[in-house]
Design a protein around this ligand. Structure first.
Ligand code: XMP
Length: 536
């Protein structure tokens, strides 16, 4: 049975990070809302209580019944999780004199405690809290402190329960991964058998028994998630998988043919549908972003359905849904927000059941599974691309001509990012490799492309804006193109990428010189929030 750690979410922004750290320790874990502990699940080997935006005294603070697992399973409370256990078990939590935020150095009091096994003295930790524990419950003792925080970490005398005031999951806690390893491996007994190879073996045999001799349809987008889902399913059921790839006419330059070629190379059974005429006709004159999205969504469902209907006796619809799409995260009001996206709108008479083989994976795990499956690197490292394509990157009405102009500018930008190599060493190199970014080793340094260092990039055509320029002896009056490149881990938040000036200079002059209709290039320096990644 697959062992798992349950992370109960009290609404902290770093809850997903805890899960990612555990997965890096080859340990399977699930994030659940604080009040959904699966008491009957015998595969649970430990529990982590996350941080929270609330103080334990806030009227809206979240409460959990600790008796469901306390004493029976190892428990680690992080920040609010630690304060909460102290508070409800008879200790004291009070507002800290000032909010403690940032780096601190840890003095381990009890070096024999298994949570701190292998820790260095003065190890850096990251604090972020407004309250502090001022007294521990009876039967608990301090195991570490900092110059400001007396109970930076505690343990129970006679039950496997720990609390840490700092955040082991964040990068700035230097030995955070070691602490989490001590907890999940030494204390909870994780076998560390959550690996891409095991995932592929287990999923392929599960899919075989779940699907039997049924036929499955899958919508491909050219993106990494649906492509990996397709290859995984193909390994399980071979030619009984049929994929549909719709070209809505607003893909990147040559993308439809390039990706179709990749899919052929992977032996996938793909029906490519060129529906660009229909989409572009329906979008004529439409400028409002939401209307564009609705029209594209509707057309997509209709085109997809028309193809799907031709596949007789299909019983399942497969999707590349991944874990972050499904996590029921809490917002500040305590409401559970479910952000599940799917193709949607398939007619009921088709009676298809949903098959989501990647539903437990984070994006970087999907990429590792893709490598395990032997997929080409350029498919695996491809940037995310929005379903409505370039339509949401053309501000104003979409026409075939504008799509062409934008495709050319975008292609220069993206090829430039792929060709520009950056050399990294030391900590930066270590972090890059740990994130699974493909790199070449050279003289003790690593070389990575700008493309692989960033989350997503693209060009935006401001087709309703014109500005004056001069080219040769001629005055021009043409459109600007904006370039957008962001760093992110999950697209929920993003920062603009600090691209090198020499790179930007070259791309800008290439675009203005080579793309007819564009005489100005700008770079978008907005982060998300408050902006979004896409402009529409
Ligand atoms: P925003 O613009 O909301 O984008 O910051 C977040 C991420 O989602 C992608 N995106 C989409 N993906 N269908 C998709 O499949 C869509 O309609 C869509 N809109 C935005 C966007 O490219 C970014 O990665």
């Amino acid at each position: 049975m697959q062992q798992k750690i349950i992370i109960l979410d009290f609404g902290s922004q770093t809850t997903q990070l805890i899960a990612r750290r555990l997965r890096e320790l080859d340990t399977f874990c699930e994030i659940l809302p604080y009040n959904r502990f699966p008491a009957d699940d015998t595969s649970v080997i430990g529990v982590i209580l996350s941080g929270s935006p609330f103080s334990v005294y806030d009227p809206q603070a979240f409460h959990v019944d600790l008796s469901q697992f306390r004493g029976r399973l190892p428990v680690l409370g992080i920040c609010y999780g630690a304060q909460y256990m102290s508070h409800v078990l008879g200790g004291a939590v009070e507002p800290a004199g000032s909010r403690e935020y940032g780096r601190a150095n840890l003095s381990v009091i009890d070096t024999s405690n298994s949570l701190f096994h292998g820790f260095s003295s003065g190890s850096q930790v990251w604090m972020s809290h407004g309250d502090t524990i001022t007294a521990l419950p009876h039967g608990f003792h301090a195991i570490a402190s900092t110059s400001h925080v007396r109970y930076a970490a505690y343990a129970a005398d006679e039950e496997p329960t720990w609390g840490v005031q700092f955040h082991p999951e964040v990068f700035h806690t230097a030995e955070g991964s070691l602490l989490l390893r001590n907890f999940v491996v030494d204390i909870c007994g994780s076998r560390q058998d959550w690996s891409p190879a095991n995932f592929v073996d287990a999923t392929v045999s599960e899919l075989r028994s779940q699907l039997g001799s049924d036929r499955v349809i899958l919508g491909l987008s050219g993106g990494v998630d649906s492509s990996v889902a397709a290859v995984l399913l193909h390994r399980a059921i071979g030619s009984r998988l049929t994929c549909i790839f719709v070209d809505h006419g607003m893909l990147r330059k040559n993308e439809f043919t390039d990706v179709m070629r990749d899919y052929e190379g992977l032996d996938l059974n793909v029906i490519g549908v060129d529906a660009s005429e229909r989409f572009l006709t329906d979008l004529q004159g439409v400028t409002e972003p939401e209307r564009k999205r609705k029209i594209i969504g509707r057309d997509f469902v209709e085109v997809f359905n028309a193809e799907a209907r031709k596949i007789k006796d299909a019983r399942h619809l497969a999707q590349g849904t991944i874990y972050p799409d499904r996590i029921e995260s809490l917002n500040i009001t305590g409401k559970v927000i479910k952000s599940h996206h799917n193709v949607g709108g398939l007619p009921e008479e088709m009676n298809l059941s949903l098959c989501e083989p990647l539903k437990w994976l984070f994006k970087d795990e999907v990429r590792r599974v893709g490598r395990q499956l032997g997929m080409p690197e350029h498919l695996i490292t491809r940037h995310p691309f929005p379903g409505p394509g370039l339509a949401v990157r053309i501000l104003g009405a979409v026409t075939r001509e504008k799509v062409h102009v934008l495709q050319e500018a975008d292609d220069i930008f993206i090829r430039g990012l792929r060709d520009y190599k950056v050399r990294l060493s030391g900590e930066e190199a270590r972090r890059t490799l740990a994130a699974g970014i493909p790199a070449d080793m050279r003289d003790g340094e690593i070389e990575v492309s700008l493309y692989d260092q960033i989350w997503q990039a693209g060009a935006i055509l401001l087709s309703d804006v014109r500005s004056v320029g001069v080219m040769g002896d001629e005055r021009t009056y043409e459109n600007p193109v904006a370039l957008r490149a962001v760093t992110s881990t999950d697209a929920m938040t993003a920062d603009w990428a600090h691209l090198p000036y020499d790179f930007m200079a070259r791309v800008s002059s290439d675009i203005i010189n080579k793309v007819k209709g564009v005489n100005r290039v700008c770079y978008d320096i907005s982060s998300k929030p408050p902006s979004t990644i896409e402009w529409e």
